[in-house]
Write a protein that binds this ligand. Structure first.
Ligand SMILES: Nc1ncnc2c1ncn2[C@@H]1O[C@H](COP(=O)(O)OP(=O)(O)O)[C@@H](O)[C@H]1O
Ligand SMILES: [Mg+2]
Length: 149
């Protein structure tokens, strides 16, 4: 695993990190977002959406499970797997995980761990204060992590 850790101190900086992801992560990549409720996972997805010129409002997909944004520079797939925890049903989500022309970002990814590729780009967010966050980026694919430095 290649790791890259850093600290941020504001929502603005989380947004900037999202812009960086939008400009550097190749198509087909799956991003697993780890962190407690309120850590900033959805906020980061919003930053990525902005970076991809997606104009729609990105909300927590908790009640949709998945939302597909197709009107930006490239597709963004936003999945919240929280409610899939106890659902032993195949709902065809695998079609969208690693969507070949875009980026897939998954909140609560461990609930669908079996569907995630080996080269998943993991982003772990830990709250260290009201607006400060510790971010740990890691993947088996070294180049994905290098691209975000
Ligand atoms: N540096 C930061 N990065 C992200 N969110 C932050 C930050 N500082 C404060 N926040 C606040 O924390 C909350 C994060 O919520 P959200 O992104 O929905 O988290 P999650 O999706 O992980 O549950 C928002 O209210 C946001 O304004
Ligand atoms: Mg969320």
């Amino acid at each position: 695993m290649e790791h890259y850790t850093f600290e941020i101190f504001s929502c603005d900086q989380m947004n900037e990190f999202g812009l960086k992801i939008a400009s550097s992560v190749p198509n087909g990549v799956v991003i697993g977002l780890l962190g407690d409720l309120g850590a900033g996972k959805t906020t980061l997805v919003r930053g990525v959406a902005r970076g991809l010129n997606i104009k729609e409002v990105v909300q927590s997909p908790t009640f949709n499970i998945m939302k597909l944004y197709l009107k930006g520079d490239r597709p963004l797939i936003h999945i919240d797997a929280y409610r899939l925890a106890d659902l032993n049903t195949d709902i065809g989500l695998d079609e969208y995980i690693g969507y070949e022309t875009g980026i897939t970002m998954i909140e609560w990814p461990l609930f669908i761990k079996d569907l995630l590729p080996e080269n998943t780009l993991w982003i772990e967010i830990k709250s260290t204060g009201e607006t400060s966050r510790h971010i740990d980026v890691y993947s088996e694919d070294k180049t994905l992590v290098e691209g975000l430095k």
